[in-house]
Ligand binder design. Structure first.
Ligand code: NAP
Length: 264
């Protein structure tokens, strides 16, 4: 039976970096399944990889794509050794100023597709299989100016932690990955309607580091990994400080960043 790794969002940023780093090792893996919409990008990544690669040029916001993925698994019946749910996007800006389709699309890709793929893959997982879910430090606190995205990632984090407990008796290990800002093309999409708070730029980390820490956490069977000291401190603060004033402060900070932007 074929042993596979599935990476969604593999055409760019963190997903592409997962493919790159995992291709260096993992000799017992027969095939990588790389999922994203941009086929030509995936072809490029495939050419650079040593492992066998199957390209799945799917739009994960569409139910048809999810159904096709499910059918493919049923036909092939592989052993899914690792599922990395990395596809996702966010839209910065006030809720009412962003059109509803890109707003709700975040829920379709970040939450519904992630949940669907996890459910579809589980029958093909075995002891020591791994699931990595890309959450975010945005999951720790409701975020004015990034409201739907933060809520979608709060879902991912909550779902992953509960699932980790459910699957522990089967020895299938789930890790929620929670980086702060990562320097990828994410912001090309995210900043169409608003700008990232300027303070966040100082906490930016590389995709390389996020992936290294995520893989390490998964193999140590950690249920959650927070990348970088500033985000660990932020997480701690959200656990011990009252959330109301923190949300208020985040709203004020957002307002100030927007004023600075409009002066430029
Ligand atoms: N960058 C950050 O600051 C940051 C921080 C915390 C968490 N994250 C999370 O990390 C994950 C990866 O983000 P990234 O930074 O690597 O951003 P990125 O470079 O923009 O990559 C996003 C990936 O998601 C795929 N994707 C988006 N919509 C899709 C759809 N409808 N169907 C299929 N694939 C889709 C994109 O592929 P196509 O466009 O080819 O479809 C791309 O491969 C996301 O879940 C993001 O929320 C990012």
């Amino acid at each position: 039976m074929k042993h596979i790794v599935i990476i969604t969002g593999a055409s760019s940023g963190i997903g592409r970096e997962f493919a790159r780093q995992m291709d260096q090792g993992f000799s017992s893996i027969d095939e990588f399944w790389l999922v994203a919409r941009r086929q030509e990008r995936l072809e490029e990544i495939k050419r650079a990889m040593r492992h066998r690669v199957r390209i799945l040029a799917f739009d994960l916001s569409e139910m048809d794509s999810l159904a096709r993925f499910w059918e493919l698994l049923n036909e092939e019946k592989p052993v899914v050794r690792m599922l990395i749910n990395c596809a996702g996007y966010g839209m910065i800006g006030d809720f009412e100023r962003i059109p509803v389709v890109p707003q709700t699309g975040q829920l379709d890709v970040n939450c519904r597709a992630l949940t669907w793929l996890t459910h579809a893959c589980l029958p093909y997982m075995q002891k020591n299989s791994r699931i990595l879910q890309m959450a975010s430090s945005a999951a720790f606190l409701p975020q004015p100016g990034f409201a739907v995205y933060a809520a979608s990632k709060a879902y991912v984090l909550s779902f992953s932690r509960a699932l980790a407990q459910e699957l522990s008796s089967k020895k299938i290990y789930v890790t929620a990955v929670c980086p702060g800002p990562v320097s990828t093309a994410f912001f090309d999409v995210a900043e169409q309607y608003g700008k990232m708070m300027s303070v966040k730029k100082y906490t930016m980390v590389s995709a390389k580091r996020v992936v290294r820490e995520a893989l390490c956490a998964s193999f140590r069977r950690k249920r959650m990994v927070i990348c970088g000291f500033p985000m660990r401190a932020f997480y701690f603060a959200t656990r011990v400080l009252p959330q109301g004033p923190m949300i208020f402060a985040a709203g004020q900070w957002k307002g100030r960043s927007q004023n600075e932007e409009s002066k430029d």
